[in-house]
Design a protein around this ligand. Structure first.
Ligand SMILES: Cc1ncc(COP(=O)(O)O)c(C=O)c1O
Length: 405
């Protein structure tokens, strides 16, 4: 890969150590060469001098406890049909209690291969043809695609900026509803945007759904990536028994521990009818997770916490660095980011019809805002080594200059 080869040969990786190294037992500045690993993010632009900060995975090895567990499982050498380990749902319940003070009965948990398959199942199985859905905009594209491919009629609810956070318009949600609105899709923490909804915001949303008898499908895959220690993730289903009974929560450790290529997720719902609906496609159109996914997920839950804390520390530094650099690039704007590693950058005041193409032309591949129905934005993945981020933002700044902003 051109970029990595360049860093290795120039010794540049080591020439700009960050302050984050000293306080951390894990070295997130360590170079990771992803060439020849069939990485979607790195392979798309491998032929050119392009820094790829688009698809949402990180350039970090998973925690040592995960690598060791996988290695032991591979040493066993037999990979036959495998059921979920007996302790898995119990350990997920313990993990949720520990992480989010959320008491879940292991019986409520449905194991899935991915959150995306859960999104499509939720739309198809929790609603009937013709029933209406609401979905935030912008949002991770599969929430919207699950609705459109359902196919189900749906209305997108534009997020708005309030106190520099992207939030749903809590007071006017009803304007997006129809008489037959059946399901509300929620993404918390929000991707893109990075908002972690507060308990009182979630209470407003929940009250609105109760009032209109709307079910909730809450994608909480980024829950373990809350960047600031004073902010806590609240699973919407943890608010009350009645909300729990109308909610399907989708979660996974794929994002946090950086093994989405192995893949395991789960749906949680206290309501037995919703649970049966979420199980409909299992072992049919939805395959079981691969056996290594069980190994990776259990290892991360049992031993990954100190690594996760170090990761958050490093990502916080990257977030602050990106925010500071964006401030020096008017008219670009970025709101406060509370979670994850996906910076949502507003280019609408830039003299440029296609910001994604502008930055690509300068050697920086970002996710186009169009993917989230917001073409005047770009999404930048800062789950990478600081030295790569520095170069990426230099390229961004150079590109801006060409627009006479
Ligand atoms: C909000 C959200 N949901 C789901 C996914 C994908 O989850 P999975 O890999 O488990 O299908 C992503 C990936 O970026 C995401 O951001």
């Amino acid at each position: 890969m051109y970029l990595l080869a360049h860093y290795f040969s120039a010794g540049k990786w080591w020439s700009t150590p960050t302050q984050y190294n000293q306080s951390m037992p894990y070295d997130f500045d360590a170079p990771v060469n992803r060439s020849n690993s069939d990485s979607i993010r790195w392979d798309r632009y491998a032929a050119g001098d392009v820094i790829p900060l688009w698809v949402a995975d990180m350039d970090f090895q998973s925690p040592p406890c995960v690598l060791e567990a996988l290695s032991q499982r591979v040493q066993h050498g037999v990979f036959g049909y495998t059921h979920a380990p007996d302790s898995l749902r119990h350990e997920i319940a313990l993990y949720l209690a520990e992480q989010f003070s959320w008491e879940v009965d292991p019986e409520w948990i449905v194991i899935l291969p991915s959150v995306v398959s859960g999104l499509y199942t939720a739309v198809r199985q929790l609603t009937n043809p013709g029933e209406h859905l609401i979905v935030p905009q912008p949002v991770y594209h599969h929430l919207r695609l699950a609705c459109s491919e359902g196919p189900r009629p749906f209305t997108e609810i534009p997020l708005m900026l309030s106190h520099d956070r992207w939030v749903l318009p809590w007071q006017t949600l009803s304007q997006s509803c129809e008489v037959n609105t059946k399901l509300a899709m929620l993404c918390n923490p929000q991707n893109p945007g990075g908002t972690v909804y507060t308990k009182s915001e979630l209470q407003q949303f929940a009250a609105f759904c109760e009032e209109r008898d709307i079910l909730i499908c809450s994608d909480e895959i980024h829950a373990g990536l809350v960047l600031d220690s004073q902010i806590r993730h609240t699973p919407i289903a943890s608010l009350s028994k009645s909300i729990s009974m109308r909610t399907v929560t989708l979660m996974s450790l794929n994002k946090v521990f950086n093994f989405p290529g192995i893949g395991l997720a789960w749906a949680i719902t206290e309501n037995p009818h919703l649970r049966a609906a979420m199980q409909t496609d299992l072992h049919r159109t939805i395959a079981d997770p691969g056996l290594l996914a069980y190994t990776a997920t259990l290892a991360a839950m049992r031993g990954g916490e100190s690594w996760r804390q170090s990761l958050l520390h490093y990502l916080r530094g990257n977030r602050d660095y990106v925010a500071a650099r964006i401030k020096t690039m008017p008219p670009l704007r970025m709101a406060k980011m509370e979670a994850s590693y996906l910076a949502w950058i507003d280019c609408s005041a830039l003299n440029c019809a296609d910001p994604h193409a502008l930055f690509l032309g300068a050697g920086l591949a970002l996710s186009p805002g169009a993917q989230f129905n917001a073409p005047q934005f770009v999404r930048l993945n800062f789950g990478t080594q600081r030295v790569i981020l520095e170069q990426a933002l230099d390229r961004m700044a150079a590109a801006i200059k060409t627009t006479n902003a």
